[in-house]
Design a protein around this ligand. Structure first.
Ligand SMILES: Nc1ncnc2c1ncn2[C@@H]1O[C@H](COP(=O)(O)OP(=O)(O)OP(=O)(O)O)[C@@H](O)[C@H]1O
Ligand SMILES: [Mg+2]
Length: 422
């Protein structure tokens, strides 16, 4: 069968690599892909921001299954259009993706279905938000309602800071576009955990839990990024806690979406805070995590395509998942300046040598290939992933592999996986 993957980052490289391992797959196409993805899939030009262009690719390729990586095509309604045309696609409809695309919707949904989350107020004006602020302690969290590529969340230490955040979001000064809704939220303390589950709209099957490192700097300092590294480990989460999360958070969300007639088919990504009072949802995403996917999929031994197809066909409960025991780690190499401005186009050396380290796979997040040289093409450039019997072993392969790679201005964190377990 032929599988089309939409997207062009590290997540999509890991997806394409796992899809290609399926004995049922004869061809993998990725739109638009990147320099590294071109090794495992045929890359075709496409604009992820343009629904018409994506539908053109879908019509041209006639794939047996399409897998949507990023959130933007979901928000544009790509899945809705494909379903209308009778095409098989893995990912939620626009309405189901609102769990990610509107933080206000997600908070109210969690309240309706008794899913544990921080106290909050959804505010439709600056005046309303300023009044709501009076009810919260500091620090307080202020969130733009819509998709903001990780830039729409502000943790404010003082009342003054919070008022400025609210004013800046509503005026448009802060993000460039004026928000119509802002969420004011209680600040939660604890370790963060990414808990991803596949769903066919009715059933849910968890993937391996993972812990991301969002800050640019070692010791979790500096601004938030798309993710500078992530790990999975069998010791990360107690099986009883995992069951609790599956039952009280994931399944409740899937049941709630089905009851509201917007069944959720795809990956439900629960960003959790493991608080003293138990796990609480910080956010939902409606897609595979990036870089979580790069650490999770190398440990999947069963057939990913079989699982994705089972979701689309509503028979996930019959599907078996097998995982390589142990751990995995993905360390991200970024361009100097990221998450601010950075320069691209630098040649990358040492990729072949890095891939020779046993148990290592290098996923490309932002690269180009001109037939002779890989060059940097994004803020996050590469994700060096390794599996191992323990987290220490995985890190002990990922870091030496990373040291073999070099490009001008290469930045990576040396402390991935060093946090305490949740
Ligand atoms: N209530 C909260 N208490 C403490 N920290 C929070 C809270 N809400 C969010 N955060 C912090 O802000 C980060 C980003 O928040 P959130 O996940 O809601 O934003 P996002 O922009 O949707 O992120 P992503 O790009 O991962 O989808 C979280 O990972 C967490 O570190
Ligand atoms: Mg999000």
């Amino acid at each position: 069968m032929k599988v089309l993957v939409i997207g062009g980052g590290g997540r999509e490289h890991a997806l394409c690599a796992a899809i290609r391992r399926s004995p049922r797959v004869s061809e993998v196409v990725c739109a638009p892909g990147n320099g590294g993805i071109a090794q495992v899939a045929r890359c075709v030009k496409a604009s992820q921001k343009d629904l018409g262009d994506l539908l053109r690719v879908v019509a041209e390729e006639q794939a047996d299954l399409t897998v949507v990586g990023p959130e933007l095509p979901l928000a544009l309604g790509l899945v809705d259009e494909m379903l209308r045309r009778g095409l098989k696609v893995f990912g939620p409809t626009r309405d189901a993706a609102m769990l990610e695309t509107s933080k206000g919707f997600a908070k109210r949904f969690m309240q309706r279905h008794s899913i544990p989350t921080a106290n909050y107020a959804v505010c439709g004006s600056r005046t309303e938000a300023l009044a709501a602020l009076e009810l919260f302690h500091h620090p307080v969290v202020i969130k733009a309602d819509g998709l903001q590529a990780g830039k729409g969340v502000l943790i404010c230490e003082t009342k003054d800071e919070a008022e400025r955040a609210v004013t800046g979001l509503f005026s448009g000064e802060l993000l460039g576009t004026a928000e119509t809704n802002v969420v004011v939220e209680e600040f939660l303390k604890g370790e963060e955990l990414s808990f991803l589950a596949l769903s066919d709209g009715k059933h849910a099957t968890p993937l391996l839990p993972a812990q991301d490192h969002k800050r640019i700097g070692e010791g979790d300092t500096g601004p938030n990024t798309g993710g500078m590294g992530v790990y999975t480990a069998d010791t990360l989460l107690d099986p009883k806690m995992s069951e609790w999360i599956l039952h009280h958070i994931v399944q409740k969300a899937i049941d709630g979406m089905a009851a509201e007639e917007t069944p959720f088919v795809g990956v439900l990504y629960c960003g959790l805070m493991m608080t003293a009072k138990g796990p609480m949802v910080l956010e939902f995403n409606a897609r595979f995590g990036d870089p979580e996917t790069q650490a999770i999929l190398p440990r999947l031994e069963s057939d990913l395509v079989e699982a994705l197809e089972a979701c689309v066909q509503g028979r996930l409960s019959e599907t078996e998942f097998r995982w390589k025991p142990g751990a995995s780690a993905c360390v991200v190499a970024a361009s100097q300046g990221y998450p601010g401005s950075y320069t691209v186009g630098y040649p990358i050396t040492g990729l072949d040598d890095a891939a020779k380290v046993p148990a290592v796979e290098v996923f490309h997040a932002g690269t180009t290939w001109d037939g002779a040289t890989y060059r940097t093409a994004g803020g996050r450039v590469l994700g060096v992933t390794a599996t191992g019997a323990t987290l220490g072993e995985a890190l002990g392969s990922a870091y030496p592999a990373m040291e073999r790679i070099s490009f001008e201005g290469m930045v990576y964190r040396r402390d991935i996986g060093r946090r305490t377990r949740v």
